[in-house]
Design a protein around this ligand. Structure first.
Ligand code: BDP
Length: 664
């Protein structure tokens, strides 16, 4: 099994014998029926796929109002004395989601007797963001080239585009941004719009809308205007004409995703206008067509390097209430940048008059690329479940109008670079639909869909997944350390790096370690980033004793000898965490070894080899980091902790030319 079938399994080429009834056909309902015909085993009752307004259902008097547009109901009912498993909802796509849900249920070995499942998505826009370039490369992509073959589109629609949409629909994804946030204006030219339209045609029956990134300076680059100032009527008119052109080709176009005034991208600030001015101008162009602007809050200016973690809040919070209602401000889950662990971004809950999106990174830029096993369900869940403190009981999930995941998908046969990376795509979709699901439930569910219903496999795979992300945190940067990665590639350790152009690109900026201590003081005596959180939360973060240990060094600068709750020093607790991270990878390897005869040979062998790489590199991360910390603190390793394999000079010399995914 090369993993192409994802969690949907290899395609069965014979009909399965399930009896499927479809009172009214449509491209979407036909796909739902085909899914069931291809994978659902024969069931005691026939399955009926029908929207709630179908005449057959009038007698049943079902109340489907709470399902909204996309929610579904699966229930055993009697139609003319016959038991029928009804899959229904208020739209065709709701029925499609219901069909996939029924399949999940049956594939997990659950009974359909008296089945009664109702589910509606908690977040209306559930999007993948592809960082795919027009030349076929993928920024921070580790699963091969871009799926989109711009060169042969729109004439050739690779069947894989359909498989992609099907996989997304199966987990409730309803939109996809095709191109990189570091955008090229060419993506908005007529030839590329025709190509995007061809993809939109493939995705439409699966309930997926196409979005594009928009380069803010496109009116200059494509339109020959002298400015892209959002307050200039000629600029607004250019965007209006562009939006009209797009909607002629793609009537259900979702809208634009914009990275503006961030890491060299152009934006309204270039003209002294605000982010709201820029976003609202684009929103006005999309409004007549029902489109949305996703405006990213990932900004940090080189003019204010005091604390990068504070910058997005400082710039966006004052704009609350100033954004048009078809603008969504898209905020990364943490205040810095997709680290293995960050506290949540302080903007969640702090902009009550603005629609917000959370942006997660499914591709593992900072968690070992495609190679290391790191199940991100716990990372997504941790952020979504965090209380904002801004309103009673309010979680981050409750503040969201949209959720975006930076895709980990490429042209590799297994789509995501490894079998376990597929679980991150899956978990993102499942949590976007229902943020209340636990990452553990999702891991079990994914394992069953992916490897079948062998209980030993399910238990072992789930256990591996649940320890995996924490292992990466431990061997790359425990206790809230962040951004210790080598520059550009972001793969290996580089905590010593201090010579990059901008201060906040350097790992030393983030850890602030010296002979006395380590950590970033973000309390009132330091950058006071804690002041951006709700008062109850800020009060807890103000003191190291009440700060959650996993964020200790994110918020505090502490002596190496700081006494940790168990009595040991910070230094010895840190070493223990690094050692634990390494040991956890060894444990995962051993667990996987027990499944050799229970998982197909191809997927088993690749995972085994990758775990071998990860074990070696976890050790490398641990050794390089400890060697560097010891060069500063001159402390010995606690008894029983093995000495690093090399000296600091050796770690500093390691180079990674041609590492995948770096921007170009
Ligand atoms: C950083 C990536 C960079 C992206 C940037 C972003 O290293 O490639 O362009 O995020 O989100 O993490 O815009």
């Amino acid at each position: 099994d090369d993993g192409y079938g994802l969690w949907l399994g290899p395609a069965a080429d014979t009909a399965t014998g399930a009896e499927i009834e479809v009172p009214r056909r449509s491209p979407t309902i036909d796909r739902a029926a085909a899914e069931l015909r291809r994978s659902l085993p024969h069931l005691p009752a026939a399955v009926m796929l029908a929207t709630s307004n179908a005449s057959h259902l009038v007698m049943l008097d079902l109340d489907t109002r709470a399902l909204g547009h996309e929610g579904y109901l699966i229930r055993e009912v009697k139609i003319g004395n016959r038991p029928v498993i009804l899959v229904t909802g208020n739209s065709d796509v709701a029925v499609l989601y219901g069909a996939f849900s029924l399949l999940r249920h049956v594939r997990a070995g659950e009974s359909t007797a008296a089945i009664n499942i109702a589910s509606a998505p908690a977040i209306p826009l559930r999007l993948l963001n592809h960082w795919d370039n027009l030349d076929g490369s993928v920024e921070r992509g580790y699963a091969g080239q871009s799926l989109w073959d711009w060169w042969t589109l729109p004439d050739f629609k690779d069947p894989r585009y359909d498989d992609y949409a099907r996989a997304n629909a199966s987990i409730g994804i309803n939109g996809t941004v095709l191109n990189n946030v570091n955008a090229k204006a060419e993506s908005l030219t007529a030839p590329y719009l025709a190509r995007a339209a061809a993809l939109a045609d493939v995705f439409r029956p699966w309930g997926i809308r196409v979005y594009l990134t928009a380069r803010f300076s496109a009116p200059i680059e494509l339109g020959g205007l002298k400015t892209a100032d959002p307050r200039d009527p000629a600029v607004a008119a250019w965007w209006q004409a562009k939006a009209d052109e797009i909607y002629r080709l793609i009537p259900d176009f979702g809208g634009f995703l914009v990275k503006a005034n961030s890491e060299g991208q152009p934006g309204p600030r270039d003209y002294g206008a605000s982010h709201a001015d820029g976003a609202n101008m684009l929103a006005a162009a999309l409004r007549p067509h029902g489109g949305t602007v996703l405006w990213r809050a990932f900004v940090y200016a080189d003019t204010d390097p005091t604390d990068r973690a504070k910058q997005a809040y400082s710039e966006f919070r004052p704009l609350d209430g100033k954004f048009a209602d078809n603008v969504i401000v898209q905020v990364k889950n943490g205040p810095i940048d997709f680290q293995p662990r960050e506290p949540v971004h302080p903007l969640f809950g702090a902009m009550p008059r603005t629609r917000l999106a959370a942006e997660f990174q499914i591709t593992k830029e900072y968690l070992g690329f495609a190679t290391h096993l790191a199940y991100l369900g716990p990372l997504f869940e941790e952020a979504l479940d965090t209380q904002t403190g801004q309103a009673r009981g309010q979680t981050v999930a409750a503040t969201l109008g949209a959720i975006s995941g930076v895709a980990n998908i490429g042209r590799d046969r297994d789509w995501a670079g490894s079998t376990f990376n597929q679980a991150n795509w899956y978990a993102f979709g499942r949590l976007a639909w229902d943020p209340k699901l636990s990452s553990q439930t999702i891991a079990r569910e994914w394992s069953r869909q992916t490897f079948g219903n062998d209980a030993q496999v399910t238990d072992t795979v789930t256990a591996m997944m649940l320890r995996s992300r924490e292992a990466v945190v431990d061997y790359t940067g425990p206790f809230g350390l962040a951004h210790l990665f080598g520059p550009d590639h972001h793969y290996g350790p580089g905590p010593w790096i201090a010579d990059l152009k901008r201060p906040e690109w350097n790992p030393v900026y983030y850890h602030r370690a010296d002979s006395d201590g380590i950590g970033f003081d973000r309390t009132a005596s330091g950058s006071n980033a804690i002041g951006q959180y709700a008062p109850t939360i800020a009060a807890r973060l103000a003191r190291p004793e009440t700060t959650p240990p996993q964020f200790l060094l994110w918020f505090h600068h502490l002596p190496w000898t700081y006494p940790m709750p168990g009595g040991e020093t910070l230094w010895s607790a840190m070493v223990r965490r690094y050692d634990h991270g390494v040991a956890e990878v060894e444990a995962m390897r051993k667990q996987w070894a027990t499944l050799k005869s229970r998982v197909d040979a191809e997927r088993w062998a690749k995972t085994d080899a990758y775990l071998g790489i990860q074990a070696r590199e976890a050790r490398w991360w641990r050794d390089a980091s400890l060697t560097y910390w010891m060069s500063l603190n001159h402390l010995p390793l606690p008894a029983g902790s093995p000495p690093p394999a090399h000296d600091l000079a050796w770690y500093k010399q390691q180079r990674f030319p041609f590492a995948p995914g770096a921007p170009h």
